[in-house]
Design a protein around this ligand. Structure first.
Ligand code: WT7
Length: 648
């Protein structure tokens, strides 16, 4: 079965694209027709109200819905006994859990009841810090059921990062696990939460799900066990006549969730998405990009702590009535055949992963594929960073056996879902290119003056900074608690344009190739990390005077983190100092932000006004020794030679 809004051919793509640009309101209203509304957009209602100066974007305001009724209830008629989530544990020996739509409904209603019992109300912020267990999906959807705003934090962030986010979001509730399994490790999540809560007076309740049975401290009056609370909720619902927790009526524009992401300043921003636009976009793109058909098994390898997991493990697939594989572990444990095991075992049709994972698996050669049946695969996808041609071809040949289209999906936390990508089997792919915009998306490449870029590079491609001209339904609405920051960050660089922070090329057919960030944001293994954030963390180390962080090309991670550090402490030798700095970064941000290289320097190349010339530092980190460009404006040109000769 296909969906009413499913694009079936290249011609239809062209027509739909045209229509979506000429008559966006009409176009998205017709897509909205395939969803379940508590109150539809009425004739005469404004479908879209927007300006990019404030900025203000409102889609379907006044219409009412609950996203969980779209992800669950509306499927119960036909799909009650079909799997919504297939959960694959970290340890392949452990039992798989298959969660049908009926079971999902039951669990999400229980979570909603449990949250209510614990004092959570519509609009409250609930922080979720869990491993990849089905309960994480229940928690997310349970929040959405009662209209609470979830803010999921990836398990790799430190107590300090959690504390900052709790504070920024003014959160009063936390859902966590005792611990999480990841490969050979278990990560003591509750204990990290305990550290984050030292001195915190705002958190009223911490709900703890038992996964690893690691000992945890439970504070009376504040900490409760998920299992106890869920049993109690089940009892209440069982005695209520019908096992259902009525879904809260939400306005289309009510916030659905906050997700923190790094930018070019030191402080992560809480990106806010709203209910209806996000629902429409994740469903529409899920169905069209992957060409999902009822019954297909979709395996997105991301963590729900990132936007990819929100949109293409939970909301998109479930709203489409699909089956989503949720994987607790990592690609290389117990061996590098783990993904192929899962594809074989669950007869996966669509595999969606990151170039960094592909590159890492490439290095193991073809042995991990032996005896694994990958013939069910129909579509492959990538996300998170540009894919190099070598990895693209390996993915195509080894995994897809040259019969599966590869979709290269470009998007961001702020965009909610895919904006530029080919559509599997419908629009052509081009290795290394995200290719064409989705209907409703109007990209524009601009030069440094904000004018439409026209100049071509030596290959005949137009090169510029990637902007979007008009709002699509799931554009971010604000950054939590600080709307001005949202304006500054995304809408102030170029007038009347959303600026993505990415550079791109465009060919004569209108295909886009994303070349990477043009701001001070790094992309390490598909994760966004701000250089200023890492610098702040390094500078917190007692012996550090100043630091400058840049990215450099890294074979596996895409980009590595290179830190230049001025150190005046007396403690330990160089190696010890490096380790202490890494420990500090781990404490302040988390292990994901640890620099790959630390070079101690006596000074940094600065202009007379005190600005660090990152361009020079970047070139040195990249291994460029000759053309460092103009260094005459530097306060102390001599420092460049010292840094260059000390490169590691
Ligand atoms: C940044 C967004 C989108 C979910 C995962 C990352 C880079 C993302 C691609 C792609 C080239 C890509 C961009 C973007 N990026 N997808 N297909 N090709 N670059 O979300 O953490 O918000 O990061 O990831 O630089 O701005 P995110």
């Amino acid at each position: 079965m296909s969906y009413p809004f499913q694009i079936q051919s290249l011609d239809q793509y062209k027509q739909d694209y045209q229509r979506s640009i000429e008559k966006p309101e009409e176009f998205w209203l017709s897509v909205a027709d395939s969803f379940f509304w508590k109150k539809k957009c009425q004739a005469g209602d404004k479908v879209l109200d927007w300006n990019f100066t404030e900025p203000k974007v409102e889609w379907f305001k006044g219409a009412k819905l609950n996203i969980t009724e779209n992800c669950i209830d509306r499927h119960l008629d036909k799909l009650a006994d079909k799997p919504a989530i297939i959960w694959e544990p970290n340890n392949p020996e452990e039992r798989v859990r298959v969660v049908t739509y009926k079971r999902l409904h039951k669990r999400v209603c229980q979570v909603a009841q449990m949250l209510k019992n614990n004092g959570v109300k519509k609009g409250d912020r609930v922080c979720i810090y869990m491993g990849m267990v089905p309960e994480l999906a229940y928690a997310v959807l349970g929040c959405a059921r009662i209209g609470a705003i979830h803010s999921v934090i990836f398990g790799g962030f430190s107590a300090q990062s959690i504390a900052d986010r709790l504070d920024d979001a003014n959160a009063e509730f936390i859902i966590t696990c005792d611990g999480a399994y990841r490969g050979a490790k278990d990560i003591p999540l509750k204990s990290v939460i305990d550290d984050a809560l030292i001195g915190n007076k705002k958190i009223k309740k911490v709900i703890v799900y038992t996964r690893t049975r690691t000992p945890v401290s439970m504070i009376k009056g504040r900490d409760v066990w998920w299992e106890d609370e869920m049993l109690h909720a089940e009892d209440q619902l069982e005695h209520s006549g019908e096992f259902n927790f009525p879904a809260e009526e939400m306005d289309a524009e009510d916030p659905l969730f906050i997700l923190y992401t790094s930018g070019s300043t030191g402080k992560p921003k809480g990106v806010v998405h709203s209910c209806a636009g996000y629902m429409l976009w994740t469903t529409y793109t899920f169905v069209n990009v992957f060409q999902y058909k009822q019954g297909d098994i979709h395996f997105c390898t991301a963590d729900i702590g990132w936007i990819t997991g929100h949109s293409y493990i939970v909301y998109g697939p479930l709203s489409a009535g699909g089956t989503s594989v949720m994987f607790e572990g990592i690609p290389t444990w117990p061996d590098a055949g783990r993904f192929w095991d899962i594809v074989d075992k669950h007869k996966v049709n669509i595999l969606y992963t990151a170039p960094t994972a592909i590159r890492s698996l490439m290095s193991f050669g073809s042995a991990p594929f032996e005896g694994k049946d990958l013939s069910t695969l129909k579509v492959l996808g990538t996300v998170g960073e540009p894919i190099n041609e070598e990895a693209w071809h390996w993915y195509d040949e080894q995994v897809g056996k040259k019969r599966c289209p590869i979709v290269d999906t470009w998007w961001q936390t702020e965009t909610g879902g895919v904006l530029i990508s080919n559509m599997a089997g419908i629009t052509p792919s081009k290795p290394g290119w995200a290719t064409l915009p989705m209907p409703g998306v109007q990209p524009l490449l601009v030069d440094e003056n904000g004018k439409e870029a026209t100049e071509k590079n030596e290959d005949g491609f137009i090169k510029g900074n990637l902007c979007i001209k008009a709002p699509w339904p799931s554009i971010l609405r604000t950054t939590y608690g600080d709307h001005e920051r949202c304006r500054q960050n995304y809408f102030a660089t170029y007038e009347n344009l959303y600026f993505t922070g990415d550079g791109a090329l465009k060919d004569e057919h209108g295909n886009y190739r994303i070349t990477g960030r043009v701001d001070d944001v790094l992309n390490v293994s598909g994760h966004r990390i701000g250089t200023a954030e890492v610098e702040n963390a390094i500078n917190m180390h007692a012996g550090v005077v100043e630091s400058a962080v840049v990215g450099y090309p890294h074979d596996l991670k895409g980009q590595g983190i290179y830190a230049y550090v001025i150190y005046n402490g007396t403690h330990g030798d160089e190696e010890m100092r490096r380790k202490d700095i890494l420990q500090t970064v781990t404490r302040v941000i988390g292990p994901i932000a640890k620099p790959d290289k630390i070079q101690f320097v006596s000074g940094l190349p600065k202009t007379r006004s005190g600005k660090i010339m990152r361009r020079i530092l970047r070139k040195i980190a990249e291994g460029e020794t000759q053309n460092l460009g103009d260094t005459t404006t530097l306060l102390d040109p001599g420092i460049v030679e010292e840094i260059r000769s000390g490169k590691i």
